[in-house]
Design a protein around this ligand. Structure first.
Ligand code: PLP
Length: 493
């Protein structure tokens, strides 16, 4: 107890216990989700002026219990299958609570620092990556891709005798990054941040299965090489966000090797698909890439804030992300015998990415993998890929539903259709259906496939069962029927 400090530094058990009933209740996902429709009610309670005087821990716990937790975000609810996100399961949630109390930074010689390394090693092994890859946890897939492309940029320009991290981008050269038109938009932003420029991401068209068209890519690479453009990286999608397509990785490895270009694989969502034997061959030779990204906070359902990047050449990655030495950092370390926790940084992640202070993220990944084992992850991934195939089968068998993408991973895009409704009106109709589904707590997201408005469930949620999948499809059909029957949608072709 520090008498001059107003923040409570003790009473952790009391405080956590006070919140547990509300958290348990939240995780039952009972009743309708009213956080959106009734937002003015709880905005009013929470949106207060900065308090001048201390209101105390009780006031905080009370708001958390009464308002914040009940009005939280239901992305873990069984009916949620939107975007590529979900809520943590229990072991990940409690591991991250433990870390926020007793492992508040990932550095120095302590159990959490070791678990960063172990979790990265386990992930590498689980996904069949090269054990010599250097891994790093970052906040998510966007930052993981930024780190990988930072290393790729370093590689490309060092080959020309230029150190872009030290000297910036050369004036007299032009360059390109190569990816398919289905690439995640985080790649463009990474290109912007790295000074490569969003406009220098060259997009290759995709084939009917939404995979990069290899012949078109080769033609672009030939053309650009003849024009003297520096190829910074080929980006392979190992699971596109839109439809879950996996680019032909083995062919891209060959192209990258032959042309001496860095191969980066964005498997933020889809790399776990390698664990389903039905589609594992699609990921063959991914371990030969120069960098690979995978997000534990997606299919592994780790708490959000957990992406992982693996880079083959650690020394290069360090040159890309090095910081100037500082007496208060490196100068404060000792080498040799560790006589105190703070003698050195432990397994050192400081120079490998953009973050300095960073939470211990490995502990949650370690907890999940220890709890369910490699087998539990394989089982989940296969179950979710089967859900997508199930949606495809259900939609194919129903004359008023239409699958719009053949599932590769755990996404199946589909839509409601009716012969009497025009193609243009179908887009609005499906948008309306999706909105009504959301009001019922059934939450796929939506997208466009081949220009058509699609309902897009993406199954990574551990709480979803086949009953939820059937319900989503059945309700799509029923809502679509009701909307077309009451004449709200154009009946003319
Ligand atoms: C393929 C892919 N890459 C990158 C990202 C960005 O990941 P994050 O949202 O974790 O930053 C996503 C997100 O869905 C993704 O699907």
């Amino acid at each position: 107890m520090n008498p001059s400090e107003r923040a409570e530094c003790d009473r952790l058990a009391d405080s956590v216990n006070a919140l547990l009933p509300a958290l348990e209740q939240f995780n039952r996902f009972d009743g309708p989700d009213l956080a959106g429709p009734e937002r003015t009610k709880w905005h009013r309670v929470l949106d207060q002026p900065l308090p001048e005087g201390a209101q105390g821990l009780e006031a905080v716990l009370s708001d958390l219990q009464r308002v914040v937790i009940p009005e939280g975000l239901r992305i873990g609810a069984p009916g949620f299958a939107g975007w590529v996100t979900t809520a943590p399961t229990t072991s990940g949630a409690v591991a991250s609570l433990a870390a926020s109390v007793s492992g508040a930074q990932r550095y120095w010689v302590n159990a959490y620092n070791l678990l960063e390394t172990i979790a990265l090693r386990w992930l590498c092994e689980l996904l069949g990556l090269d054990p010599n890859f250097q891994g790093l946890f970052v906040s998510g897939g966007a930052v993981a891709n930024l780190v990988a492309l930072g290393a790729a940029r370093q590689h490309a320009f060092e080959q020309l005798g230029i150190d872009p991290a030290r000297d910036g981008m050369p004036e007299m050269r032009r360059w390109r990054l190569y990816a398919s038109s289905e690439v995640h938009h985080a790649i463009f932003r990474a290109a912007g941040i790295l000074g490569l420029g969003r406009r220098n991401v060259s997009l290759t068209p995709v084939d009917a299965e939404m995979r990069i068209n290899i012949a078109a890519l080769e033609a672009t690479l030939d053309h650009d090489a003849a024009a003297g453009l520096v190829p910074v990286a080929l980006v392979a999608n190992a699971g596109t966000t839109n439809t879950g397509a996996v680019d032909p990785i083995a062919q891209l490895v060959d192209i990258a090797r032959r042309r001496k270009i860095w191969l980066h694989v964005d498997g933020a969502y889809g790399l776990f698909g390698r664990l389903d034997p039905r589609i594992a061959p699609l990921f063959d030779r991914v371990e030969e890439a120069d960098s690979v990204v995978v997000d534990p906070h997606k299919w592994l359902a780790a708490p959000v804030g957990s992406g992982a990047v693996f880079v083959r050449d650690r020394a290069l990655q360090e040159r890309a992300f090095t910081m100037e030495p500082a007496d208060y950092a490196e100068g404060a370390m000792v080498t040799g015998e560790v006589s105190s926790t703070f003698d050195n940084l432990g397994d050192d992640y400081l120079q490998l990415g953009p973050e300095m202070s960073a939470p211990s993220r490995g502990v949650a990944v370690w907890a999940i993998l220890k709890e369910i084992g490699a087998d539990g992850v394989r089982d989940r991934v296969a179950r979710h890929c089967s859900f997508a195939r199930y949606v495809f089968d259900l939609a194919s068998a129903d004359e008023r539903l239409e699958p719009l993408s053949q599932p590769t991973l755990s996404i199946c895009c589909y839509r409601y259709r009716a012969p009497e409704v025009s193609e243009e009106a179908l887009d609005n109709l499906n948008a309306e259906i999706a909105q009504r589904l959301r009001m019922e707590g059934i939450v796929p997201s939506t997208t466009r496939v081949g220009g058509k408005y699609a309902i897009r469930p993406c199954f990574i949620n551990p709480r979803t069962t086949s009953v939820d999948v059937e319900r989503m499809v059945a309700r799509t059909r029923a809502i679509g029927d009701a909307l077309t029957k009451d004449g709200r949608v154009s009946q003319t072709r």
